[in-house]
Design a protein around this ligand. Structure first.
Ligand SMILES: Cc1cc2nc3c(=O)[nH]c(=O)nc-3n(C[C@H](O)[C@H](O)[C@H](O)COP(=O)(O)O)c2cc1C
Length: 288
């Protein structure tokens, strides 16, 4: 036996392999195990990558000035336990947020822009709206500058196609052109509120319930925005265009889906100067 053979004889691996090769049944079990572990490692690569990017997104949100413990849970399937009451906003804080939310028009938007992370956070809040049958019918098309201009132009074309008397059509065109050439230029993002009529094909809910759920989502979104000075204005948008097939196609909607208006999103230093009032709630309640 030369020195090399000695070296190999001392190798525990070599010895183990030699024993195994004497027992084919054992060998095939071990090889099978090695194969399974390898398969598990390879198939977990996408999950590890996904976790990595989710973490990155989370860190970016935190870096944007959001408190770590408040940073949004970006996973779509997250479940939330009812928190204990001591970790909830107080009733006064909750009421203040709701009463402070204001409609602010683009003419009062500042040069500061709402970030994409803030938009995502607002829409994550929207996603927690109540939903009958868990159809989650709310859909959003988030338009940046180019998208807004295209959207305004698609709207103008839809107005031209609608069978309107020339005076009404000209008036509508003028309004949209004003929005395109003035309001949109001051807007960080235009969020188009959409309702997917039958988001879960086998579930047919009354249309009003899907509209109501989408509106609840809009309120969630606006309240979250209020907490970050990412504010704006819900515009009904042009009624004639909203029924147009090509307008809906632009938004990725099918015929029975609905556009519930648009939200001009921006930042403002003038929100304090806005006032709003409500009639007494006592006149709107019947106690029985
Ligand atoms: C469904 C819906 C559609 C709206 N559409 C318009 C609109 O087309 N034009 C407009 O100036 N305001 C619109 N608003 C905003 C209201 O004018 C605004 O909420 C109201 O004046 C009360 O002011 P506040 O939001 O500051 O309390 C809309 C609000 C809702 C809920």
């Amino acid at each position: 036996m030369n020195g090399m053979d000695n070296l190999l004889n001392f190798s525990a691996l070599d010895e183990a392999f030699r024993k195994l090769s004497e027992n084919p049944a054992k060998l095939s079990v071990v090889l099978g195990l090695i194969y399974l572990v390898g398969l598990l490692c390879v198939s977990s690569i996408p999950y590890v990558y996904w976790q990595f990017f989710e973490r990155k997104k989370h860190q970016m949100a935190v870096a944007k000035g959001l408190k770590a413990q408040e940073a949004v849970q970006l996973t779509a399937d997250a479940t939330v336990k009812q928190p204990s009451s001591d970790s909830m906003p107080t009733p006064d804080q909750a009421f203040k947020l709701m009463r402070t939310r204001r409609t602010i028009f683009p003419k009062d938007f500042s040069d500061e822009k709402v970030s994409r992370e803030e938009v995502e956070r607002m829409l994550e809040a929207a996603n927690w709206a109540p939903t009958h049958g868990r159809t989650e019918p709310w859909r959003y098309v988030v338009l940046g500058q180019e998208g807004m201009q295209a959207f305004a132009n698609v709207t103008l074309e839809a107005i031209d196609r609608a069978n309107l008397d020339p005076h009404t059509a000209a008036k509508m065109r003028g309004k949209i052109e004003n929005k395109r050439d003035r309001d949109m230029l001051k807007t960080s993002y235009l969020i188009v509120f959409c309702m997917k009529r039958q988001a879960i094909p086998e579930k047919v809910m009354p249309e009003w319930e899907e509209m109501a759920a989408t509106s609840c989502a809009a309120q969630n979104m606006m309240l979250m925005g209020t907490a970050m000075n990412a504010i704006g204005y819900w515009s009904s948008w042009n009624a004639a265009a909203k029924e147009d097939k090509d307008f809906k196609r632009f938004l990725g909607l099918s015929e029975e889906d609905q556009c519930l208006g648009v939200y001009y999103l921006g930042k403002s230093n003038a929100a304090d100067s806005y006032r709003s009032a409500r009639g007494p709630i006592s006149e709107k309640i019947t106690w029985v």
